[in-house]
Design a protein. Sequence first.
Length: 204
Amino acid sequence: MPSILNTKAVRVLKYLNKHGFEGIKLTLYIMKESSSLEQVVELEQHFIDNVKPNLNVDLIASSSGYHEPMSQKMREILRKQRGISVYIYNSENLSLYIFESKQHMYNSINIHHKTLQDCLYSGTVYLYTFFLSLDEIEQTDYSKLLTLDEIKNLVNSQRDLYKVKHPAVKTIIAEFKDDSRKNLEFNWLNSLAKHLKGDRQIIR
């Protein structure tokens, strides 16, 4: 990912930034599921000794965390490094929450990726309430910084109020043949099929 490559934090990244990926060969050595940590370290040391990799800073294999499951703290650090922050402002009072990445936003408030793109690049106000940006507004008041739970609750309350549809869904108008006063509007094919007690495929 560009955000990682551009850090140039370690020798491998410096090499890739300078020479690119030409001539790079990736070999995956699959060990048995029952392999112990000691066996993993022993195998790594075997490759270090025999392949003599010139990009390895540490030529002594160890079990100092590199082969153990990634900690939650490290996952958070990597997510921040890899993601582009998304700023979400309440248009009424400019209270703010900062999502560490688009994926973080998808996972937290279930925003559709097309909706997010429209809000970021077309200026659409999300749920008629929230202004989304990749850049911080200059007059941001950090005393109005919201918690994740607070922004979730705000988004959910606005969803309930406006009953926003999935962006890919089109409104369906059911017209009553002889009396237009009985016409109905549905946001989902499922809700229409349920109302008519009909088959979705036939209605489609």
